[in-house]
Design a protein around this ligand. Sequence first.
Ligand code: PBG
Ligand code: ZN
Length: 309
Amino acid sequence: MRDLVRETRLDPSNFILPMFFDENLEKDRMTASMPDIPTHPLSGYEDMANKIEESGVSSVIVFGVPKEKDACGSQAYAQNGVVQKAVRGLKENSGLLVIADLCMCEYTDHGHCGILREDGYVDNDRTIELYGEIAVSQAEAGADIIAPSGMMDGQIAAIRAALDDAGFVNVPIMAYSAKYQSAYYGPFRDIACSAPGKGNRAQYQMDPANRREALREIESDIQEGADIIMVKPAGPYLDIIREAADRYPVPLCAYQVSGEYAMIKAAAANGWIDEDRIMMESLLGIKRAGADMMITYYAEKAARMLRGE
Ligand code: PBG
Ligand code: ZN
């Protein structure tokens, strides 16, 4: 009877798995704070994609760690940059839908999401010009969706214009619209080696205390041409997810971030919680709050569980 009256169901088709690639690697590298999430070398695409597709997951979002970092993040828009290569490798060797994360923090030597001015502030307008170049290079590599995560003002309009000018009118944008300045990104920065050297991301990411500001950010992204909007992190911001889902007739994604995953993993490793049940409950909560799709490090494991494995 519970099955009959259940209101919310998780489905592997709604999951997006984050994937990391590092140009410096010959084989997978593990990160202590992110159990079971390998960083891959730029090879062996077919095997890694097969494993994901077998679980029932069909979408991934790709992040890269480059060999060289510099002040202007030039590897982010290099034709043969790490993400461009990884996207090409995955598209040529699998049927996965490949989303490219678009930001500069993994590529700048200072670790900020854009170009810095001399006074230490991000140069917003110069940065979004470069975002346009990154987007085009990712689309040329075969990315199905471009997902800008830098939270610069006007980034969606700049990227849409750059993609259109280059002929990529059919490549959609998934906007990290309401991205909070969150401590939950800690383990991700261990993997991506992208913690800012000086300062923090408060000049571009949102104050966790603000709700109306999130709605304004989402609204301007939709006006600028976002095809999918996102709230990030997910678990601590379920109220924002619910409000965005009620208000905007646009597909809504939520990102269960590295810290949310790492906390469950750590408690489970201590035997303090039931990992499988907490995993499912945390994802169900995100979906019940109104997310149409979710980016989660549990994508593969949860998909296998849903298929009864
Ligand atoms: C880069 C980016 C970050 C995440 C996704 N894209 C880190 C950050 O803003 O510091 C975080 C993802 C996670 O914690 O799982 N802008
Ligand atoms: Zn960034």
